[in-house]
Design a protein around this ligand. Structure first.
Ligand SMILES: Cc1ncc(COP(=O)(O)O)c(C=O)c1O
Length: 426
């Protein structure tokens, strides 16, 4: 007996019960697909790690805001402004709940990259004296690398990189040898945007705490797929972009423990972040507003909360099940292709990213051939050039799934990849 019941309410999927046996995943995915208008174009979209697609409630929310609610927040007493402010604040609460944070611990930025820059420009103030090392890993996205390179140049800090094993996992023993009382910051990705590796971030944080280290988690690829609980992780900061979580572009989320956000200086200065100003000086608001200078992406923040509500309706447990279902099916079938190199731990955990190369064929050529078959994948260095060096490749092909992808689409991918080999190996 299936325990889940999907009700299509005004064409928007409502999941009543979350528990479901495996064979029902396909029908759940079919229901979810009805909520993604872009799929009507016929695209097989496997580039969700770059940016996800938006379901109807997100699109409708943006439209509703533009048509009926548009006003600036924090500035006026008129009804529209008050309504927008209320909606904006409610959205912050929904996004905070999503990762089990408090409302005032969520700072909105433009994207994840800006959140990393915010930290890299302000964090020096809270680093205890005598510490001058930052630990990253060999699998970081440029967004969690370049801001720290600049920081290191500015303050004469040293960057250290945790190695990856031959199975494309973080080498925790290597981490332990690099961690010391000189370590100021450990900033690590939760899921690699290239390898799909799920890193043991809780263990990484626990080890760091023994040396009084500030911990930052890049949740850009995990927020769309895994249940995140910042209280349980006990990390100091956690970052993700809402456009990868079915939301619109223009909204990054920086979580920070409140007492730390209080101690950080502001990043940008101007309107919206001040308590009072004279010609000589200014006094700043408390977090999160202290970090949100200028007009925010109000409609996009509200639509981001709709995206989170949509994911919550599917149920994060179901999201995880769909990810691992698609992932396992894809890995199993990709492995059957001759002359393929897969860069993935392949442990069957719930991840949604698989990178590979077809031997002797440039990844851009593979992506172009797939594009002819309306299959959208990403090829190249994936903003992880140093990792490409470690893997000894110029680039890789990457497929990344979302809740609306199907096994049939993966079958098409496999057929197209074989076609590609026929074209290039003639
Ligand atoms: C792991 C990881 N970190 C950071 C980012 C940067 O996200 P954004 O471009 O939204 O700032 C990405 C984007 O691909 C990512 O995959």
């Amino acid at each position: 007996m299936y325990q889940n019941r999907n009700i299509l309410k005004g064409n928007i999927l409502t999941i009543v019960k979350y528990k479901m046996p495996n064979q029902n995943i396909d029908s759940l995915i079919q229901d979810i697909r009805k909520d993604f208008p872009i799929l009507k174009t016929g695209v097989i979209y496997f580039d969700n790690a770059a940016t996800s697609q938006r379901p109807k409630p997100v699109i409708e929310s943006l439209k509703e805001f533009m048509e009926n609610e548009n006003a600036n927040i924090n500035r006026s007493v008129h009804t529209l402004s008050e309504k927008a402010m209320l909606h904006f604040n409610e959205s912050r609460k929904i996004i905070a709940d999503f990762i089990n944070a408090e409302e005032n611990e969520i700072v909105f930025t433009k994207n994840a990259t800006e959140a990393f820059n915010l930290l890299a420009y302000t964090i020096k103030e809270i680093i205890p004296k005598g510490k001058d090392e930052i630990i990253l890993s060999e699998m970081e996205h440029h967004s969690n690398l370049v801001p720290w390179q600049e920081f290191a140049k500015r303050y004469n800090f040293k960057l250290k990189f945790i190695k990856i094993t031959k199975d494309f996992e973080l080498d925790i023993e290597d981490y332990k040898t690099k961690l010391s009382d000189k370590t100021a910051i450990v900033s690590i990705t939760h899921i690699s945007n290239v390898l799909g590796t799920i890193n043991p971030v809780k263990e990484i944080v626990e080890l760091a705490k023994k040396h009084n280290v500030i911990t930052i988690i890049d949740a850009s690829q995990s927020a769309p797929n895994l249940k995140i609980n910042v209280k349980n992780l006990d990390c100091d900061f956690l970052i993700f972009s809402c456009h990868k979580v079915l939301g619109p572009t223009g909204v990054g989320t920086l979580y920070g423990k409140y007492e730390l956000l209080k101690k950080l200086p502001p990043f940008n200065f101007g309107g919206g972040m001040i308590k009072s100003v004279t010609f000589e000086k200014a006094e700043y608001l408390d977090p999160p507003e202290k970090f949100e200078a200028g007009t925010q992406n109000i409609g996009e923040v509200i639509a981001s909360a709709e995206a989170i509500k949509y994911l919550n309706k599917i149920g994060i447990k179901n999201v995880e099940e769909i990810s691992s279902y698609l992932y396992n099916y894809a890995v199993e079938n990709l492995k059957k292709i001759e002359n393929i190199e897969i860069y993935n731990p392949g442990k069957g955990k719930s991840v949604d990213i698989i990178s590979f190369n077809l031997k002797g064929i440039h990844c851009h050529d593979v992506a172009s051939i797939l594009n002819e078959d309306k299959i959208a994948i990403r090829a190249g260095h994936h903003c992880a050039m140093p990792l490409m060096k470690v893997l000894k490749v110029n680039g890789v092909c990457r497929v990344s799934f979302s809740v609306f992808n199907t096994r049939e689409e993966i079958d098409h991918l496999i057929i197209s990849l074989k076609k590609c080999q026929e074209v290039f190996n003639k």
